[in-house]
Structures are given as structure tokens and as C-alpha cells.
Design a protein around this ligand. Sequence first.
Ligand SMILES: Cc1cc2nc3c(=O)[nH]c(=O)nc-3n(C[C@H](O)[C@H](O)[C@H](O)COP(=O)(O)OP(=O)(O)OC[C@H]3O[C@@H](n4cnc5c(N)ncnc54)[C@H](O)[C@@H]3O)c2cc1C
Length: 382
Amino acid sequence: MEFSLSEEQIELREAIIRFARQEIVHDLAMYDKEGHFPFDSWRKCAEMQIIALPFPEEYGGCGSDFLTTVVVLQALGYSCKDAGLVHALSTQILCGLQILLFGSPEQKQRFLPPLCRGEKVFAQAITEPDAGSDAIGSMRTRAEKTEKGYVLNGSKMFISNGPIADVVIVFALTDPEISRLGGISCFMVEKETPGFERCHPVEKMGLCTLQNGELVFADCCVPASALLGREGQGAIIFNESMEWERSLLPAAHLGTLERVLETCVSYARKRSAFGQSIGKYQAVANKIVDMKLVFELGRLILYKAATLKSQGKRATLEASIAKLFISEGLKQSCLDAVQVHGGYGFTKEYELERDLRDSVAATIYSGTSEMQQAIISRLMGL
Ligand SMILES: Cc1cc2nc3c(=O)[nH]c(=O)nc-3n(C[C@H](O)[C@H](O)[C@H](O)COP(=O)(O)OP(=O)(O)OC[C@H]3O[C@@H](n4cnc5c(N)ncnc54)[C@H](O)[C@@H]3O)c2cc1C
């Protein structure tokens, strides 16, 4: 496989980096402390067509391939220090991909244009208070069929964009009697729907600008037209969506890693101790070398997963490896970056402590590291 970027992709990457440095200028320290969502920056990213990238032009998209979307999110992770905002944008794109792949022509026509323009915020709700890693097997949220449609009851937990979402893609049990694989369905629930409540965002250790919280469904009636895909297709949509998610979210992590790596190289060259730059000490240099290894190898496996998805192929193994390797590599690199910067690394001013806090979530959402190991070992026949 050839992973060198086209001239167009390189230009786009540079344009995104320029855009983020000039336009994403909200006071991140304050937004991070207060847990506020930067709506202005969200709108600017939407105007820059970052959300619209992988969607067909007929729905207001740019018609780019998936690898180009990955390259852009990597560039954004590199140049925009607000990882919460980048995660919110990635979530929006992933919801759009589910609609594009499984939606009816009416659903695509209705939801994709406002999604691309960032006018409506989207979220996807799988996890429940008592069902995370085993989301499909332990799901309790019910969707009972009625004459007019379905009635949803249950709650969803840790939903990114949930507290500010206009539309939520909700996974629920339509038939608890049959195997879980065929008994789950997917619904598009709009915020005005009676019985649907968006709770306050939870306070988190990192990704503080990302609005993430619980969603409650109490006798929430939706019409039959709210069904995404066919009844009973939920597990298939879930598996497909996890593959896209694990090929997309690591792109921003890789960009952050690239920025942290550059920061460390520059600091280790400038900072002196015992008469020479600290980068000359192998104990310091080795930490930075490890970051470089994660960056270079992570990029190869991520671009491979993205290329396979661009070609319409399966990438279950590659996406899981990319997710596991890059998220764990980012977390360790951020910890090492603080160490390389000594006391300054521990200050808010150097902004590395925020990268470290943000990085922890990457090893939890979209399936924990332990679950990625379980998937990889299963695919190896173990
Ligand atoms: C920032 C953030 C954003 C999120 N966004 C969303 C979202 O938009 N939509 C959504 O639906 N969910 C979202 N989640 C939820 C996330 O997907 C779950 O937190 C995750 O899947 C883990 O589930 P859990 O928290 O219930 O942990 P648990 O499943 O209870 O796991 C607890 C621990 O046990 C381990 N464990 C569990 N089972 C096994 C096993 N079989 N083998 C080995 N170890 C195991 C886990 O790895 C973990 O270390 C988000 C979470 C976070 C932190």
C-alpha cells in the first residue's frame, strides 16, 4: 500500500493548520476550567467544511475520501489544542457516516445538510450506566413497537455531544427475546421529542470542553420513520460504526502526538543541565525517540485502516490496532512530555498537563484498550 499524501492532501493539511492557528482562538484555559463548549470555534470549523468533508456533494458535503478526512483531523489535532472540540467534531462526522450508510433517502436528505453545516449537533448513544464494554450484551434500553412507531424507555451514559445534541442516534432493544445480535435497533431521536431528556454534562478530568453526559428516555414516542436501518439491524450498525470510529478518532490523537513530540524536541535542544542540552542525555532522548516510534508506526497503521475504509473494505483488525496503539502511545507520550519539561511540564502555562488529562480518555472511549486487546486476540484465533 502507498501512503504518501497527494499534493492536494498536503495543501489541505497546511490550510487546516493555518486556519486553526488563526481562527480557533477561544480562551482555552478558561473554557477548559469552566467546562464550556466553544460554539464559535465549532461554527468556524463547520464553515471551513471540516465536518462536510466525507459526505457527498448532494447533501452539502465535499465528496472527499476517508483518508483525506483522517489527514484533516490529524492536522486539526496537531494545530488545535482543544481536544474536546476536535472530539465533538469527530463525533458529528461519525454520526453522519452512520446516516449515510444506513439512512433512508428521506433521512439523508433531512439530516445530512444541517449536520454538514454544523447547524444541528449530533450524538450517538450506545453506552448505558450498567453497560459499557458489554454494551450490546447488557443493553437495557427498550424500544417497544406500537401502532404509530416505538416507545423508548431507558438511559444512556457518557454520551459525547449528548447535552447539546439536536439529534441522537440511539441503540435500543426491540426484541429482548431473540439473540442480542438481531434484537437491537437504532433510532434517530430529536431533542424536542416528549420523554427525551438531556442531562447536565458530567465533570471530567480531561476533554473538559466536550459536552458529555446522560440521556434519559421515559415513554419517549418516536415515529416508525425514526428507525435507522431495518429493525434488528442495530448490532450490524454498531459493528460498522465502531470500525469507522476506530479509524477516525485516532487521527486527532496522532496530530496531538505530533505536536507534543515537536514541543519536546525543541525543549530538549534548548534546555541545559550540567553544561549541555538535556536532549544529549540518553535517558531524555529515549523518551522522545519512543514518541517518534509511536508517531511513525501509528501513522502507518492508521493510514492503512483509513485506506481500506476508503476502498469500501473491512478494517476491523487494523482499526483496533490503530486505536489501541495510538491511544496508549499518546497517553505515555504525554506523561513523558511532562517529565522531559521537568517542573515547567507540571505547570498549566506549558499546557502539557491538559494534553495528558485529555489523552487518558482516548484509551477508554470507543472500546477500552483491554477490549481492543480482546478483539485483536479473537481475530488471531486465540
Ligand atoms: C470521554 C468519553 C466519551 C465517550 N463518548 C461516548 C459516546 O459518544 N457514546 C457512547 O455510547 N459511549 C461513550 N463513552 C462511553 C465509553 O464507550 C465507555 O466508557 C467504555 O466503552 C467503557 O465502558 P464502561 O465505562 O462501562 O467501563 P466497563 O465496561 O465497566 O469497564 C471497566 C473496566 O473493566 C475492563 N473490562 C471490561 N470488560 C472486560 C473484558 N471482557 N476483558 C478485559 N477487561 C474488561 C475495561 O477495560 C475497564 O478497564 C464515552 C466515554 C468517555 C470517557
